[in-house]
Design a protein around this ligand. Structure first.
Ligand code: GLC
Length: 435
């Protein structure tokens, strides 16, 4: 089961890779589709792994999941030769390692990037993409009003992922880290979210809604923002580096008219949320050896090189970023590498541990309340600070998050309460809430 499955191009390519694997090894692979968003995928995975399901054997693992799923995944060090592990970016191996166990082998590198329309920048007299958020606002406003005046009535300056979802956590983290507002929790697990810089960053984004960004941006997930951008209806897009593949595809109206750059800086510099995924093996698999061969194949050098012969996700092997042949088909790689090297920002998965999904949900709900003007930013930040402190302090909750779920009834004011829940005989699975 693979989280990137939702893309048609990806399915086509992966089917080709799997047939090659089947031919080489005689091992048959059945492919299972995954739901659209990372949160729904995690819910499915937790159900399957928590109930001891024998299949899938191999799971696509988002960079934020190792700490949550580790108990149900095998240590890959028994299946993958050490030098093949060491060929990946050490930061990605570290992100996928929990208590010394490597629970997923990286397969692609992803991070937040700014996509911009080269033709429109030129038309409005700009030589380069915006360096700061202020510049982005000025350029977006000017291009938007110019395009509307020349008949493109539904044109917008800047689209991004504002739906209450993990993607909003990623966007908002970039806004606040670029202002020096911290990463929600610091490395010791201390909640740092209620500070003036974070509040300012959220307030600025709230001002975008309905001015340079469509009012509906607060309901956009990756595909919604990407569709609008690909239809030529926006000057700038915040998305993942992985969006680049679809944007160069035959069906994209602006395939020859865009480029990517680092996201703009705030007072403290630039920030790009680290994303991407790898592959891990279920501890309940009846075929761990064969599953290990598949993981090794999918994340290994040969397949990453083959993928790079077409436009593809950024690889996880530093070596592939200097090969001129691969750079010719993937001119985006140097930009992705530069952003990664200059410090892509990790979500606070290490300090939140198994509580990360709850921390992230509370965070995106707070930010969403600000974007939709249900709360002021100072109010939302202060309530979120308290909610996270309570959530992380509760001794019962920490470390056993999969036994705890937040209880929030509709119409409930204030932060959710946490209650131990019982899940019958299996007792392990708690599907994350869908609000
Ligand atoms: C992308 C990233 C992943 C992130 C997700 C959020 O798929 O690669 O890390 O969690 O977007 O929607």
């Amino acid at each position: 089961m693979d989280q990137t499955w939702v893309s048609r191009d990806y399915q086509r390519r992966l089917n080709g890779e799997l047939s090659l694997f089947e031919r080489q090894t005689g091992i048959r692979v059945d492919f299972l589709p995954a739901p659209e968003t990372t949160t729904e995928q995690l819910a499915t995975y937790r159900n399957l792994l928590g109930s001891g399901a024998k299949v899938p054997d191999v799971y696509g693992i988002d960079v934020i999941w190792p700490g949550i799923l580790a108990d149900n995944l095998l240590d890959l060090r028994s299946y993958i030769p050490e030098q093949e592990i060491q060929a990946h970016f050490p930061e990605l191996i570290a992100a996928n390692t929990l208590n010394g166990r490597l629970v997923a082998l990286p397969a692609n590198l992803n991070e937040g990037m700014l996509f911009y329309r080269v033709d429109l920048l030129r038309k409005y007299g700009y030589r380069a993409p915006p360096k700061t958020w202020e510049e982005l606002e000025v350029m977006a406003r000017r291009i938007q009003s110019g395009e509307r005046a020349s008949g493109n009535k539904h044109f917008w300056g800047f689209v991004w992922e504002g739906a209450p979802s993990e993607a909003l956590t990623c966007n908002a983290l970039e806004w606040q880290v670029s202002e020096g507002g911290g990463t929600i929790l610091d490395e010791n697990g201390k909640v740092t979210v209620n500070n003036p810089r974070t509040i300012r960053a959220w307030e600025r984004a709230a001002r975008w809604v309905g001015t340079i960004s469509p009012p509906g941006v607060v309901l956009y997930k990756e595909w919604d923002a990407g569709n609008m951008w690909q239809a030529g209806k926006a000057a700038f897009l915040r998305s993942w580096a992985s969006e680049y593949i679809a944007d160069r595809g035959q069906t994209c109206l602006i395939r020859d008219r865009f480029d990517i750059a680092p996201l703009p800086s705030g007072a403290a510099g630039r920030a790009a949320t680290l994303g991407g995924s790898g592959f891990g093996i279920s501890r309940h698999s009846l075929h761990p050896r064969e599953a290990g061969m598949l993981v090794r194949f999918l994340s290994g050098r040969d397949e990453q090189v083959t993928r790079c012969r077409n436009t593809t996700d950024a690889p996880t092997l530093p070596q592939l970023y200097t090969d001129p042949e691969l750079l010719a088909t993937n001119p985006q790689f140097p930009h992705v590498l530069e952003v990664f090297r200059k410090g892509a920002v990790s979500r606070p998965t290490k300090s939140a541990g198994k509580m990360y999904p709850d921390v992230s949900r509370a965070y995106w709900e707070a930010v969403h309340a600000v974007l939709t003007q249900k709360q002021t930013a100072p109010q939302a930040a202060s309530e979120l600070q308290e909610e996270l402190e309570r959530m992380l302090r509760t001794p019962d909750v920490r470390g056993s998050a999969d036994l705890i779920e937040p209880v929030r009834k509709s119409g409930d004011a204030g932060p959710p309460r946490y209650e131990r829940v019982s899940h019958g005989d299996h007792g392990r699975t708690v599907p994350p809430q869908t609000h």
